[in-house]
Write a protein that binds this ligand. Structure first.
Ligand SMILES: C[S@@+](CC[C@H](N)C(=O)[O-])C[C@H]1O[C@@H](n2cnc3c(N)ncnc32)[C@H](O)[C@@H]1O
Length: 240
């Protein structure tokens, strides 16, 4: 098991580089955020339970977007990076019902740190740092922390089922990054060779969408479906 402290995410300069460029690196990030907001507004808002858990929250972008849809949300944000959590606190300073927890997924799996139930548990671009067995354990913990009828949504990168699909998805991803780079008039160096760097990085352990959706079903999640997909990027989830 690779812990957070052995990964590049433990380095503040690495986190900062991601925060500065995530809108370029993540294809269709805005669309995925809009889907999450639509899902929350349609299924959860106004039904009497607005407790949200944001796992691997980074600078709090998911919670911030959900607060646009429903300012009454009480949110718990979890991340092992003190640097990311301080950026999340800064970003959400205008909201009162915000709690932050400094912990890794591995710590959440091993200890019952949250002791609260949630209507919506969401995570973006963080769970792919776990191997499949850890993902299963995390999904089980998420199921236990959901209120009856509550929803889990996972936004992330996924392992394509074949090499040829991976080649095409990486090709589309490179095109997206290049178009964004030109649109935003950014220097090329940071963005060149991104797909190879993603593939070679030890901390990236994506598994297939199919395996992860099956894992949710095995645990007992209902209404499991993929809500959006673009190459290696996808949004899926299920209901307790
Ligand atoms: C790509 S960022 C995503 C942040 C945010 N959710 C977003 O979408 O912008 C990955 C996040 O996962 C966190 N992370 C890395 N390893 C982790 C682990 N083992 N357990 C929990 N979070 C981890 C990092 O600190 C970082 O905030």
């Amino acid at each position: 098991m690779t812990g957070f402290n052995e990964s590049r995410w433990a380095m503040p300069e690495f986190s900062k580089e991601y925060r500065d460029n995530a809108d370029v690196y993540i294809a269709d990030r805005r669309k995925m955020l809009d889907i999450m907001k639509s899902f929350y507004s349609y299924f959860i808002a106004g039904k009497g339970n607005s407790r949200v858990l944001d796992l691997g929250c980074g600078d709090g972008i998911l919670t911030d977007n959900l607060l646009e849809a429903d300012p009454s949300i009480a949110a718990t944000l979890v991340d092992p990076s003190p640097d990311m959590l301080s950026k999340a606190k800064e970003r959400l300073a205008g909201f009162s019902n915000i709690r932050t927890v400094n912990a890794s997924f591995q710590e959440l799996i091993e200890q019952d740190l949250l002791q609260e139930n949630y209507a919506f548990i969401v995570s973006s671009f963080a769970i792919h740092h776990l191997i499949m067995n850890e993902k299963r354990l995390l999904f089980r913990g998420i199921f236990e922390r959901l209120s009856e009828g509550g929803y889990f949504m996972h936004i992330d990168t996924f392992l394509p089922p074949t090499d040829s699909l991976e080649d095409w998805y990486f090709h589309m991803w490179s095109q997206w990054v290049e178009e964004k780079r030109i649109e935003l008039d950014l220097e090329g160096d940071l963005f060149s060779d991104l797909t190879r760097r993603y593939k070679d990085a030890d901390e990236n352990k994506p598994d297939t969408l199919e395996d992860q959706m099956s894992a949710l079903k095995d645990i007992g999640f209902r209404e499991v479906d993929c809500y959006y997909k673009y190459g290696i990027f996808a949004v899926y989830g299920g209901r307790k």
